[in-house]
Every structure is written in structure tokens, then in C-alpha cells.
Design a protein around this ligand. Structure first.
Ligand code: GSH
Length: 201
């Protein structure tokens, strides 16, 4: 299988890179500098119709959406131990945290990022930030409880759900000071050789 990852450090393509590394798969990367507008060039829009990262090309077929790619990878690679089998009870937790990562956690975090850090003043709506922070901290509280008695989110075993969640937690490290369990969880994830170190840190 030939795989090409369109990638920029710190972007959501990190989730895919992290997964590919954990699975010890061969792949090549093509750098796309979003800050230079490379995502919106015609050649890249022909690959990813939104001009976003990541895109993974698998034997000539394009796949987009970081969560879907991560899930596809961990389910397609024979012997991968990064997702419980569909008939295992732990699978329910796995699916739950995979979705939680891209909705309840990522959605407010992205609003904080966009309106608090990325958008220029004339486009940012700063009033969005406090409510997004409230929703984000609520999600952190739920995760704090989930790792209270275990090292990882699913059955105390490292899985793709930790990749999906762990990538977002690193966007706002200062928020973890009130969540010692989550801070310890993130510190554990950081010890993994494939862990990404986003520029936001
Ligand atoms: N839901 C998508 C979001 C992709 C996304 O927003 N990627 C950002 C980089 S982290 C991007 O490409 N932004 C540039 C843009 O939206 O034009 C995914 O998880 O793959």
C-alpha cells in the first residue's frame, strides 16, 4: 500500500502522522504551508476540495477528515492494537471518545483558537471566546474523570482515541493546570516517541 500524507507541523495532519508512526507504516509526506496559502492552490484543491489538512492518498485514492483517516488506519492495519474490535465492550468507549474528540472537545477549542488567536482583529468575534472556554473546560472535566483511574481513555490501553484527544489537549496547555489527572495523562502521551509537538505549545 502506498500512502502520501499532505502535512504541516502542528496541523490536524499530526493526528494522521502520529497514527502512521505508531503503526510503523511506510508513507511519504508532502509539505503544505497553509500560512503561505498553499492549501488554496489549484493543485492542492484537486486533492482536498476544502484546501485543508490532512489529506492522505492511499494507492491513488484520496481520504480526508483526520478522525476518519485515523480510524480507517487503525482498523485496516492487520494486528493493529489501537482500536478494540467491534464486538468488544471497550469498543463503545472507543467510539465515544473518538467522536467526543472531534465534537465536544475540538469544537470549543477551535473557536478559542480562531477567535482568540488566529483571525485578524477585524474578523475575530472576541465575545465568542469566554463561552467557548466554558464549553471547553466542561469537556476537560469529563475527560479528567475518564482518566481518573486509568492511564488511557479506553480500557487503560493506548488507542487512537488518545491520539484524537491528546492532539487537542496540547493546544491550550495552561488550561490543564486545574486538571491534574489530565495533565498527567498528557505527560504520558508526550513520552511516546511519535507524539507531535505542535507549534502552539
Ligand atoms: N475536520 C477537518 C478539519 C481540517 C482543518 O480545519 N484543518 C486545518 C489545519 S489544522 C486547515 O487546513 N485549515 C485551513 C483552512 O481551513 O483553509 C479534519 O479534522 O480533517
Amino acid at each position: 500500500m502506498e500512502m502520501t500524507l499532505y502535512y504541516m507541523p502542528g496541523s490536524r495532519a499530526e493526528r494522521v502522522r502520529w497514527t502512521l508512526e505508531e503503526l510503523d507504516l511506510d508513507y511519504r509526506t508532502v509539505p503544505i504551508d497553509l500560512f503561505k496559502g498553499e492549501g488554496q492552490r489549484a493543485e492542492y484543491l484537486a486533492i482536498h476540495p476544502m484546501g485543508q489538512l490532512p489529506a492522505l492518498v492511499i494507492d491513488g485514492e484520496v481520504m480526508i477528515e483526520s478522525g476518519a483517516i485515523v480510524q480507517w488506519l487503525v482498523e485496516s492495519v492487520p494486528g493493529s492494537e489501537l482500536a478494540p474490535a467491534p464486538d468488544q465492550p471497550a469498543r463503545r468507549d472507543f467510539d465515544q471518545w473518538m467522536y467526543f474528540a472531534v465534537t465536544s472537545l475540538e469544537d470549543p477549542a477551535w473557536e478559542m483558537m480562531l477567535h482568540g488567536r488566529i483571525l485578524p482583529e477585524e474578523q475575530a468575534v472576541s465575545a465568542i471566546v469566554p463561552f467557548a472556554e466554558k464549553r471547553y473546560t466542561k469537556a476537560l472535566g469529563v475527560l479528567e474523570n475518564a482518566v481518573k483511574d486509568q492511564d488511557y481513555l479506553v480500557d487503560s490501553k493506548f488507542s487512537a482515541a488518545d491520539i484524537m484527544v491528546g492532539y487537542i489537549l496540547a493546544w491550550f496547555p495552561a488550561f490543564l493546570t486545574s486538571y491534574p489527572g489530565l495533565q498527567a495523562y498528557l505527560d504520558r502521551l508526550k513520552l511516546r516517541p511519535a507524539y507531535p509537538h505542535p507549534p502552539a505549545e
